[in-house]
Design a protein around this ligand. Structure first.
Ligand code: FES
Length: 86
């Protein structure tokens, strides 16, 4: 049996929207599926084009907020809730 992480809940602070990122998608992909346009290039966490400020977050990672987050490599797993400056 394969263990899947719980979905990641993402609140968009400026637009007031909330979306659920399913385990198979990155935050960037989930935003695009909801019609939110984010600039991106490498889609592999290398170029920084998709970097967005995370205002707060909840999960098993001991992150300090706010901090920039590369949305193309952020997916459900260590995070269960994020608030993005979007
Ligand atoms: S698109 Fe290059 S780091 Fe995300």
């Amino acid at each position: 049996m394969t263990h899947q992480p719980p979905p990641l809940v993402v609140d968009l602070h400026r637009s007031g929207r909330t979306l659920i990122v399913p385990p198979a998608l990155t935050v960037l992909e989930a935003l695009e599926n909801e019609g939110v346009t984010i600039d991106s290039m490498c889609r592999a966490g290398l170029c920084g084009t998709c970097e967005t400020i995370a205002l707060s977050g909840t999960g098993t990672r001991p992150d300090c907020y706010p901090h920039p987050l590369r949305l193309c490599t952020t997916a459900p797993g260590t995070l269960t809730h994020l608030v993005l400056d979007l």
